[in-house]
Design a protein around this ligand. Sequence first.
Ligand SMILES: [Mn+2]
Length: 349
Amino acid sequence: MSTTIQTSNTVVEVHEAADLGATRRAVRDAAVQVRLPQAQTEAAQLAVTELASNIVRHAGGDGYVLVRALPDAGGMEVLAVDRGPGIDERATAVAGVCRTVGFADGLGVGLGSVHRLAMDFDLYARRSRGTVVLARFWQHTAPAPASALSSGGVSLAVVPLEANGDAWAIAREDEGEDGDEAFLLVDGLGHGANAHRAADVASSIFAAEYHGDLALWFERANAGMLQTRGGVAAIARVDRTRNVVQFAGVGNIAGRVVTGAGSRGLISRPGLIGTEIRPPRPHVVEVPWPAGSVMLLWSDGLTSRVMLDDYPGLIHHDPAVIAGVLHRDFGKGRDDATIIVVQDRSSGR
Ligand SMILES: [Mn+2]
């Protein structure tokens, strides 16, 4: 069992050229946190400068940059998100090719240089709906995938620079390609420092005491969170042997599993954890998880109707890009907001 509590994103709004410096500083802070070598730090700063200037020049300054440290893997990621006119949809196809053949010239708008600088690169654009570009930087080389599950997310405090009252974590229950993995999403009541503390206690209990039993975690988390203002949470556990997702949620955490055959909602039970001595009793539901499935889990900082239907091809993109697009389009902007994306790559696509 190895559990990693995930870091929140830092957001820098980009409206005009004067905002570029703040994007570079956010990148530098994350780079320091994960001990990125000088060369990679400079590459990341150059890339974010290019991405942020694109937002100013081509998206009318209607966008932002999300920066996230990836301390366990020794890296960091930058998502440039805008609501601009969108690069031609062909560019998305070109970016798909770029990832495999390493050629990105001809995209225009400086994306070619970002692609050369970044160690992972992805892009999703739709005409009149905006663009999301991903650039990742690692200490050395990109780590080999730990399993056939690929995951990413966006988690953001409603007030920039305020503590995030949402938290998420990943537990890899066994080593190897086909190990089971569990994903925790917790939302501390309200927002700010006290919500953050509740979420922090819940994710720490997940890291220390979760061993594959969803209902037991809810009991332990309820007891631990009694010292806090409490919150809501869900765990989705991908059982790779039986090819099912086990889901248990209490309160406003929603989920969806998208497969070739359609999509299934993951429904939480109403209630709270950490507010009453008697622990809540979550229902553990199971839904099929065929090869190539994608799961979304999100907190109530996004609307309840998060769907991939309006986004042709998005499902095949990097989970962080999927999270960036859905967070932009379904975020309510009134609460801490988190969306986790889990992708099964074992279909060999
Ligand atoms: Mn909330």
